[in-house]
Design a protein around this ligand. Structure first.
Ligand code: NAD
Length: 482
């Protein structure tokens, strides 16, 4: 896996191994960017931004985004294979979610940038004078993009697409755990002859490595980052001296709330998906589940039964629903929480350990989908993000009580509410302090809507015009007409 800088693939002398989470074997060697590679990439982006790319009209930029989307679609199976190998996720998920959304990200922002209008105001001044105000958008310049491993292409393109749509050039770093789909994207950029320097890809690690050097580079105009809250905090410090724009999509400790009046089967299905999709490695997954007391026991039993039908294993085996965690390092972290929950007094309803397969998957990074009950709201396992296939289920007795318990979190990313009471669904959703609340749904995303989090889950919103706002600099022009 090589870097893509100024329109060409380039090597580094240092490399690191990309290991399969399915069976631990080495999938590829990945170049580790040194300071010079990062600087060259930023320089190439700056140069390209000053060139014809920075002067393209919105419609021409939209045409390029459609070409990129078509290029991904033409190599759809290669992208699916890359994502499955790097992450171990089920093939069907990679097809219907990851790669499909990667394509949709480019098409959505192409259409948005082509069709969006601007702001315009008429203003009355002193002594009968009249003015018009209108707003123009300019690119920010060079945007640094740093993304995580949990939905590699989806989250990478969620930032690359709007950044290019608004006329910026980018230097983008995917997670060191999942370098392959971003490298394929660079091949697409090369094959469609995107002007050199508009899209630059650097591989490498974060702290004291490519990620940090990118955030500290003076010629970067903005940083957009998705990942852990503590990394967000480190990046904030790194960009502070330069007062750079930042957009952060960070961690979560999301809640699902099930009222006794909910459609029971839909709620069980919904919570099973929201807790265990992608082995719990979606930032929107629910790790805290609150169930109204009259249906608590029945709900726990039903979720346990459903969870035990999940089939763990290699994505290449028929019927697999649940893959491994991303790495053995991440598994160590999740297993430490499994031990801590027991120390904190949890009842383990199901799971709690490492599955055995009797095949190569025993060298992978699997853990059992796990449900706990009996923990205090203050337990570390109920307050800290674990990012694995795990949830704690607690009973509650009233609407106000559950809203307070949901909001009593350092995070504020997402929540889901299950109820058949229409007004209650709206009422509770409005009181929850998160960037997104689903009612009788989970993980439904309209890409025009704002997406982001409150508190430790980040700030700024991306999606639709919110992305357009972040990735552009607005200038208000005020003209005296009378
Ligand atoms: P991470 O923060 O460890 O790494 C993310 C990226 O940041 C990687 O590319 C990494 O190399 C880089 N990085 C690490 N330290 C850095 C530093 N000091 N300077 C610059 N770059 C640095 O996160 P992860 O483990 O890859 O991803 C999982 C986390 O991401 C979870 O907390 C999850 O909730 C969060 N997440 C949030 C959202 C969202 O939309 N809010 C979406 C997906 C994942």
């Amino acid at each position: 896996m090589r870097h893509f800088v100024d329109g060409a693939f380039v090597d580094s002398t240092e490399t690191f191994a990309n290991l399969s989470p399915i069976d631990g074997r080495e999938l590829s060697r990945v170049c580790e960017a040194d300071v010079a590679v990062v600087e060259n990439a930023v320089r190439a982006a700056k140069q390209a931004q000053k060139g014809p790319w920075g002067k393209l009209g919105a419609s021409e930029r939209a045409d390029w985004l459609h070409k990129i989307a078509d290029g991904i679609e033409a190599r759809f199976d290669d992208f699916v294979a890359a994502e499955v190998a790097d992450t171990g996720r089920p093939i069907n998920q990679a097809r219907t979610l990851d790669i499909a959304r990667g394509i949709a990200n480019f098409r959505t922002f192409a259409d948005l940038v082509r069709t969006s209008g601007g702001e315009f105001f008429e203003t009355s001044g002193a002594e009968g004078s009249e003015y018009i105000n209108y707003v123009t958008r300019k690119p920010l310049g060079v945007v640094g993009i740093i993304s995580p491993w949990n939905l590699p292409l989806l989250l990478f393109t969620w930032k690359v697409a709007p950044a290019l749509a608004m006329g910026n050039c980018v230097v983008a770093k995917p997670s060191e755990e999942t370098p392959t789909s971003a490298t394929l994207l660079a091949e697409v950029m090369r094959d469609i002859n995107l002007p050199a320097g508009v899209f630059n890809l650097i591989h490498g690690h974060g702290a004291d490595a490519a990620g940090e050097w990118l955030t500290r580079n003076r010629d970067i105009d903005a940083i957009t980052f998705t990942g852990e809250s503590k990394t967000g905090s480190a990046i904030m410090k790194a960009v502070a001296d330069g007062v750079k724009n930042v957009s952060f999509e960070l961690g979560g400790k999301n809640a699902a709330v099930v009222f006794a009046d909910a459609d029971f089967d839909a709620a069980v299905d919904g919570v099973m998906r929201s807790s265990f999709t992608n082995a719990g490695q979606v930032c929107l997954c629910s790790e805290r589940v609150y169930v109204e007391r009259p249906i608590f026991e029945r709900f726990v039993a039903a979720l346990k039964a459903k969870t035990e039908t999940l089939k763990l294993g290699s994505p290449y085996e028929e019927g697999t629903t649940t893959g491994p965690l991303i790495s053995k390092g991440h598994r160590d972290k999740v297993l430490s929480y499994f031990r801590l929950a027991v120390e904190e007094g949890a009842t383990v309803v199901t799971g709690g350990g490492v599955p055995t397969f009797g095949n190569a998957c025993d060298d992978g990074a699997f853990v059992q989908p796990t449900i706990w009950t009996g923990l205090a709201d203050t337990a570390r396992t109920v307050t800290e993000e674990i990012f694995g296939p795990v949830c704690h289920i607690a009973p509650f007795d009233g609407e106000d009580e559950v809203v307070e318990r949901v909001n009593n979190s350092a995070y504020g990313l997402a929540a889901s509410v299950w109820t058949s009471h229409l007004a209650r669904g709206h009422r509770v959703a409005r009181q929850i302090e998160t960037g997104i609340v689903w009612v009788n749904a989970w993980f439904v995303r309209d890409l025009r809507t704002p997406f982001g989090g409150a508190k430790l889950s980040g700030f700024g919103r991306e999606g639709g015009r919110h992305s357009m706002d972040f990735y552009s600099e607005l200038t208000n022009v005020c003209v005296k007409v009378i």
